[in-house]
Design a binder for this molecule. Structure first.
Ligand SMILES: Cc1cc2nc3c(=O)[nH]c(=O)nc-3n(C[C@H](O)[C@H](O)[C@H](O)COP(=O)(O)OP(=O)(O)OC[C@H]3O[C@@H](n4cnc5c(N)ncnc54)[C@H](O)[C@@H]3O)c2cc1C
Length: 509
């Protein structure tokens, strides 16, 4: 039995939502994984009379395509779509059966209007929580447009191909055999990348907003909802909903919700924002703010939006180490997200740089996958909580190097090692490695405000108790500000404060 009883019970409810028949065409061999795949599809046929199975020959064994009777959709799963990809599989079944996707009609039209041949392939790991977004976006494009096809490939099931193609991060997407992109991407990002973008002039022609929120993490989502509930004209510039919580596996301190996962909460944020009359401008990044009579926000595509007030909630991102080799070997062994990319380093040697909570958590996590983990900390002592350190030191495939400075990450095509200096002796040493995970904290996304909004020496925007900055009408919230603590609930609270502050400002002016 591939699916356990609990999963089967849940799945049965989803399968009742199938609209029409779905044909799974399986390409299987004699190997164990093929047997499991055949078992999985058999279990599905036993659960719904609308699912039919056929045999076929596809590029990869084992794999299967999801089709309508007599009509290929181009959606293929290579390897078993379990773990985080199980939801992608269910969604593909429902959408292929005829259930309408939960995206707005303008996006459906944009996808249907794409011309040319697009053969996408996405390499994933089943523990990658960012991969389903990409897989589901490309599956949907494939279902809606006959010129587009998409194959999800579980890297663990096709190790030889992963090695040959030098894939060291997931998701990694290929288009027509050429590298297309790596890391988290939304449907809008993909559409923009293949030319399905909105004309910047169309965006610039929008009427001025009362409140324009920049950033779609917890702070931005909260600010937009609070503003919209005041009945004022609200817009939000979103690169993608969720922000850092997309990189967070388990959340246990979002009060009122005992336990959830980051991507689940991100989806809830998006759903909640979409419940209101909020103009969502996606996927765009702001690159300039200027206070004139109104406040102008220029986007990276050149469009200029105008608003009476602006709430900046652009959050923070992983801090980079800034040593030679880091930029050159990014996604070629240099990684920042252990949950996503960890499985690609099974039985390999990796290093984690940073001995704070996130570094030590990453090392513990990776020790269960990699052959050996070396943790490097610049200071003489680790800064992580005692309980994490205790767990770390109990692992026999982890080495901890303290008081060391990483000088370079070495390798040509992929990471081959790292050079560090022992700070007390000055002695330079080398480590042979396959991967380096950098976990040295976060940096606020505020460089684009250079010369405008006042920031402290860390680059954090200085705000008062209303979330107001030094520029009248410009407010800020969340991790991009000088708030003492950076947490989801705190960001949401400060988003609400900034929205109420902006509303108050509008009434008075
Ligand atoms: C690995 C990890 C685990 C964590 N675990 C927890 C936890 O368990 N509990 C907890 O409470 N907190 C946790 N946090 C912290 C929490 O995620 C943050 O405090 C919170 O996400 C901050 O929300 P924010 O909206 O201020 O910023 P972000 O979440 O950083 O969102 C900012 C958004 O703005 C966008 N953006 C950036 N620049 C621009 C631009 N120029 N134009 C337009 N958009 C832009 C970004 O793409 C992003 O979507 C964790 C953080 C990390 C990294």
């Amino acid at each position: 039995m591939v699916l356990d009883q609990e999963t089967k019970t849940q799945l049965k409810q989803y399968l009742e939502l199938l609209e029409g028949e779905v044909v799974l065409k399986v390409s299987a061999g004699e190997d164990d994984l093929s047997r499991k795949m055949l078992e999985l599809v058999k279990e599905l046929t036993e659960m719904s009379p609308k699912i039919k199975v056929d045999r076929t020959q596809l590029d990869r064994v084992p794999s299967f395509s999801v089709n309508r009777p007599g009509e290929e959709t181009g959606v293929v799963f290579a390897g078993l779509p379990l773990g985080h990809e199980f939801s992608s599989f269910i969604l593909a079944l429902l959408q292929v059966s005829g259930r309408p996707p939960k995206v707005n009609q303008s996006i459906v039209e944009r996808i249907k209007n794409i011309k040319g041949e697009y053969r996408f392939e996405t390499f994933v790991s089943l523990s990658c929580h960012n991969c389903p977004d990409v897989v589901q976006a490309l599956n949907l494009m494939s279902i809606l447009n006959p010129n587009i096809s998409h194959t999800m490939i579980d890297g663990a099931a096709f190790k030889e191909e992963v090695e040959r193609k030098n894939i060291m991060a997931v998701p990694t997407v290929f288009l027509n055999g050429e590298p297309f992109g790596s890391g988290r991407m939304s449907l809008e990002d993909i559409l923009a990348k293949i030319g399905g973008e909105v004309d910047p002039a169309e965006l610039s022609n929008k009427d001025p907003f009362d409140v324009l929120v920049i950033g779609g993490g917890p702070a931005g989502a909260s600010a937009a909802i609070y503003a919209a509930r005041k009945g004022i004209r609200t817009g939000i510039v979103v690169e993608r909903f969720g922000g850092q919580i997309l990189d967070t596996l388990t959340i246990e301190n979002f009060i009122g919700v005992k336990q959830t996962e980051g991507p689940k909460l991100a989806a809830r944020l998006e759903e909640h924002v979409k419940d209101y009359d909020i103009d969502i401008i996606q996927p765009y990044r702001a690159k300039r703010l200027e206070k004139k009579e109104l406040i102008e926000i220029e986007l990276e595509n050149g469009a200029v939006l105008k608003s009476k007030t602006v709430i900046i909630s652009t959050g923070a991102r992983w801090r980079e180490l800034g040593v030679p080799g880091e930029a050159e070997l990014k996604n070629k062994g240099v990684a920042y997200c252990p949950h996503c990319d960890g499985p690609l380093f099974e039985n390999k040697d990796v290093a984690v740089i940073g001995g704070g909570n996130s570094g030590v958590e990453a090392a513990i996590d990776l020790a269960g996958i990699a052959r050996h983990v070396t943790l490097l900390e610049f200071l003489p002592e680790l800064k992580a909580d005692a309980i994490l350190q205790e767990r770390l030191y109990s692992l026999d495939n982890v080495t901890v190097l303290k008081n060391v400075e990483t000088k370079s990450i070495n390798g040509t095509e992929r990471v081959q090692g790292l050079t560090y200096v022992e700070r007390d002796s000055g002695e330079e040493k080398e480590l042979k490695l396959d991967g380096v995970f950098i976990q040295i904290g976060l940096v606020p996304n505020t460089e684009w405000l250079e010369g405008t909004v006042e920031r402290n020496r860390f680059g954090e925007i200085i705000v008062d108790k209303y979330g107001a900055t030094n520029i009248p009408g410009v407010f800020a919230a969340g991790d991009c500000t000088d708030a003492a603590y950076k947490q989801i609930i705190i960001s949401m609270g400060s988003g609400a404060t900034a929205a109420l502050g902006a509303f108050d400002y509008l009434i008075r002016n």
